[in-house]
Design a protein around this ligand. Structure first.
Ligand code: PLP
Length: 357
């Protein structure tokens, strides 16, 4: 059986050796040595000024909205994982969808201004599949209209844009370290900001509002990463470049096989150092997608309709059609992609896809 993804697991003895440090101290959560070490390593590796490790990649989205004091309407993308939209609604704000670019699949920055009203407080976009939004254009719009910018950068581990970490753009960026993501801690995530003041606010929000053991600075929640999660991250980190290289080779094989067909691949924005986090293909129509999916499943090869449905069709939002996201989400399929997917299987997948075109 071949799944759409497979979690990279480090040698178990390496994980255990790191865990032993926590055992020896008898301290497995509340920001122990392993969480702090992981944060320091990630800061260096990603070249970011601030990071807070968290227990998943969804709470950071909610905490970001809280920390920036966002209310009213938030402009967002319909083409993302459901957590992007649900976080906005969970925090009592209204998502206002702006359609996506047909090739980059990120929010169409040229359509943002038309969606701004007196109630708009922020732009909340996703660098989908690790492909950066037009962060420069969004920055200009945000400045002009006095809006905050939050990026759901769940797919973006290791991505750089114009020579720096994609996490350095916007007021806050978040990442997911879920087991299905490129870099993982089992469950986990992180929040990034260039501002020390915002960092401090994010920090107390993620730890019950504590400033010190006996002082509460404001409202909070518990989003702390545990030592067990951090140990996994520390064990995975030394392998991540190799994991990315292997995924790169698989993506290149898919790309070259599909380049001469009618299939549309993701167009990566210029000046991006991409991380090969997903391999989405966009079919001519939904029937073709369903045929390919069924043909692969017959061979025990499992793909994922990522992202489907388009989020403007959720029952708890004001449903307004988003023509590009609506059509893309019906036609996009992510193909299997993981570090040790043998090239022989990649070729088999390619042949099965081509046969259905
Ligand atoms: C995975 C994902 C999340 C949620 O992250 P978790 O760590 O699973 O909570 C949020 N947004 C996007 C775009 C994702 O792909």
């Amino acid at each position: 059986m071949i799944n759409v993804t497979k979690t990279f697991l480090p040698p178990q003895e390496e994980y255990q050796a790191i865990l032993k440090q926590a055992w020896d101290i008898g301290w497995i959560t509340n920001r122990g040595v392993l969480v702090k070490e992981l944060e320091e390593r990630l800061k260096k590796k990603l070249q970011v000024p601030n990071i807070i490790a968290t227990t998943n990649g969804t709470l950071p989205l909610q905490i970001a909205i809280k920390a920036l004091g966002l209310t009213g309407e938030i402009i967002t993308t319909p083409f993302s994982y459901v957590a992007t939209t649900s976080s906005i609604v969970w925090e009592g704000c209204t998502p206002i969808f702006v359609d996506i670019h047909p090739e980059y699949l990120t929010i169409d920055e040229t359509k943002i201004e038309a969606a701004i009203t007196t109630k708009t407080t922020a732009i909340f976009a996703t660098h989908v599949f690790g492909n950066p939004c037009d962060v420069k254009a969004i920055e200009v719009i945000a400045k002009k209209h006095n809006l905050k910018v939050v990026y759901d950068a769940a797919h973006c581990f290791g991505v750089t844009y114009k020579g720096q970490s994609i996490f350095n753009y916007g007021d806050i960026s978040t990442c997911s370290f879920h087991a299905t993501k490129l870099f993982h801690t089992g469950e986990g995530g992180a929040m990034f900001t260039n501002s020390k003041a915002i960092h401090d606010t994010l920090f107390y929000h993620h730890n019950f509002g504590h400033q010190g053991p006996e002082s509460i600075q404001g409202i909070g929640v518990n989003a702390k990463m545990s030592e067990l999660q951090a140990a996994m991250g520390l064990a995975v980190l030394p392998y991540i470049e190799d994991v990315i290289d292997k995924r790169k080779a698989i993506c290149e094989a898919y790309s070259s096989a599909f380049s001469k067909t009618e299939l549309q691949s993701l167009k990566i924005r210029k000046n991006t150092n991409w991380n090969y986090s997903y391999f989405p293909v966009i079919f001519k129509n939904e029937t073709q997608l369903l045929n390919v999916k069924a043909a692969l499943e017959k061979e025990q090869i499992f793909t994922r309709r990522y992202f489907y449905p388009s989020l403007n069709n959720l029952d708890y939002v004001n449903k307004v059609s988003q023509p590009i996201s609506d059509t893309i989400s019906k036609r996009v399929l992510c193909l299997p992609l993981f570090y040790d997917l043998p090239i022989i299987d990649v070729n088999k997948i390619i042949a099965l896809v081509l046969k259905q075109l």
